[in-house]
Design a protein around this ligand. Structure first.
Ligand code: HEC
Length: 477
């Protein structure tokens, strides 16, 4: 077996691959990979396991049994070289190389080249030399660090942290708006690219001071003035916009999260403001209480897991899917009517029906099939089917939605026949039924059955008050 060390061609092969690897890394910017080459790179995640195991075993045997089997060391070296080269080819696909990838590549190349060096020393019978032993120990460290960086690239930088799903961690009863709410949103969505080690756009979001200091384009938040806050503007940009944050393909913020940041900035972006400092009817207080109530999050924690990739696959120009908050699996779905409507637009969401908490089908030409689908989304808490062709018959089919808290059926043809079904929604808090055929009698009946229910049957009290106010202002002028 040990004659293998004497085989010249193996030596040439190891030498050749080492030189090729170094050449690739040094002249990277001049290399334009043909398609086949990029395809070879895709093998990297598969082959990388071989050199890791083989090298560890080789070093172990070298320390315990003195002599390392030639076949073992040769396969370890060759697979390490091939892994490094395929990794390099894979990296060519990345338009922008982060620090992690940079280090991962050079450390990976280091592993391969050190292995080649070890192989060479072994052929010269220096296997037990103190220098070779040191090299083996360095090699093990290099393998570990390279692997860690590699894992961080694919699984996110904190993948070795103890799994703690912050979105479910209980929030103090009277949270600090910045520390417990806003910072948490930024931490979950922005810190991976905007931290002291990786400052994309020169922006760091880990402290309020850094947010105010801002990035390349100056301060990212403008206390008291959401419109002037670069950070918020970036969140509001359309997803396709190059400047939209988080960049396309990353998990997106929910509307509530964006609103929370906006309201917090409007109120002065303070780091001492607490929930109890706000009046209960202030929008920020409402948003925070609604979203952070722990029983809500706990309730959602039992929902089936939805991967970001699934969400991206199901989204389209006419369907937006957002997580209701943080990393919860509770989803909020908005649909818009495409030029040519096909029920599949809705029916294809079947796989995630148990995750749908909020659904907006307002104005869509839905029919029986779609209603049947909606009726199967039994975790629904908020449903908007206003401006659709639904009638009392369809409303009846929805009696499975026992968790419903808010229902918009305004501007439809439903009438008093629906009041029986509507009365059965025990959790219903808000019901929008203006411009329907429900009579005052029907409304009284609904209210009688559920005194807590807020029925919006015409212009609401608040709106009316607002109208009267603007009217009188106009008159004064
Ligand atoms: C995948 C990486 C990534 C994530 C995640 C990310 N960003 Fe960025 N961000 C960038 C890059 C790259 C730039 C610089 C290029 C540019 O200006 O668009 C940038 C720039 C910015 C800027 C402009 C800074 C300046 O002064 O020019 C703001 C503001 C910003 N990001 C906010 C956010 C917020 C808020 C989040 C989380 C909701 C976020 N980003 C998440 C990569 C990211």
């Amino acid at each position: 077996m040990e004659q293998l060390y004497k085989k010249r061609w193996i030596g040439y092969l190891v030498f050749g691959l080492s030189v090729f690897l170094l050449f690739c890394l040094c002249f990277e910017s001049y290399i334009k990979p043909p398609v086949l080459v990029s395809w070879l790179g895709r093998w990297h995640p598969l082959i990388l396991h071989f050199p890791i195991v083989l090298l560890v075993v080789a070093v172990f045997t070298s320390f315990t049994q003195k002599k390392v089997a030639a076949l073992l060391l040769i396969t370890a070296t060759l697979t390490a070289l091939i892994t490094a080269i395929s990794g390099f080819l894979l990296g060519l696909d990345e338009s922008q190389k982060g620090d992690l990838l940079f280090w991962h590549q050079w450390l990976g190349a280091g592993v391969a080249l050190f292995a080649a060096l070890w192989y060479w020393l072994e052929t010269l019978n220096y296997g037990q030399h103190i220098g070779t032993k040191t090299l083996q120990i360095i090699l093990i460290f290099l393998v570990a660090i390279t692997g860690h960086y590699g894992g961080s690239i694919t699984h996110g930088e904190n993948f070795l942290d103890m799994p703690k799903d912050k979105s479910y961690a209980k929030i103090p009863d009277n949270p600090l708006i910045y520390e417990h709410i806003v910072d948490r949103i930024l931490e979950q969505n922005c810190v991976s690219c905007h931290n002291p080690n990786k400052q994309k756009g020169e922006l760091v979001v880990t402290s309020l001071k850094d947010l105010i200091k801002g990035g390349e384009n100056g301060s990212s938040i403008h206390a008291g003035n959401p419109d002037k806050s670069v950070l918020l503007n970036r969140l509001y940009l359309p997803k396709e916009d190059k400047e939209h944050m988080p960049p396309e393909g990353k998990k997106q913020l929910s509307t509530t999260e964006i609103e929370i940041i906006k309201e917090w900035i409007s109120l002065g972006a303070s780091d001492t403001l607490r929930l109890n400092d706000l009046k209960t009817n202030q929008p920020l207080a409402k948003l925070v209480t609604k979203m952070m109530s722990p029983n809500q999050l706990e309730k959602w924690s039992v929902l089936p897991i939805v991967q970001d990739s699934t969400i991206q696959r199901l989204e389209s120009d006419y369907v937006t899917i957002r997580r209701v908050f943080g990393n919860t699996n509770a989803l909020s779905i908005n649909m818009y009517t495409p030029p040519t409507y096909n029920p599949d637009l809705i029916l294809r969401l079947n796989a995630i029906r148990n995750n749908i908490i909020e659904l907006d089908l307002s104005g869509l030409p839905i029919e029986a099939k779609e209603i049947e689908f909606v009726a199967s989304c039994t975790n629904l808490e908020s449903l908007e089917i206003d401006k659709t062709a639904i009638t009392d018959h369809e409303i009846e089919a929805l009696n499975t939605l026992t968790k419903l808290k808010s229902l918009k059926v305004s501007e439809t043809e439903i009438g008093d026949k629906s009041t029986a079904v509507l009365s059965n929604f025990k959790n219903l808090k808000n019901l929008f039924i203006y411009e329907t055929n429900i009579s005052q009698n029907g409304i009284d009946q609904l209210q009688g059955n559920n005194p807590e229910l807020r029925i919006i049957s015409g212009i609401s009290e608040e709106l009316r008050a607002a109208f009267i106010q603007t009217d009188s202002i106009k008159k004064e002028q």
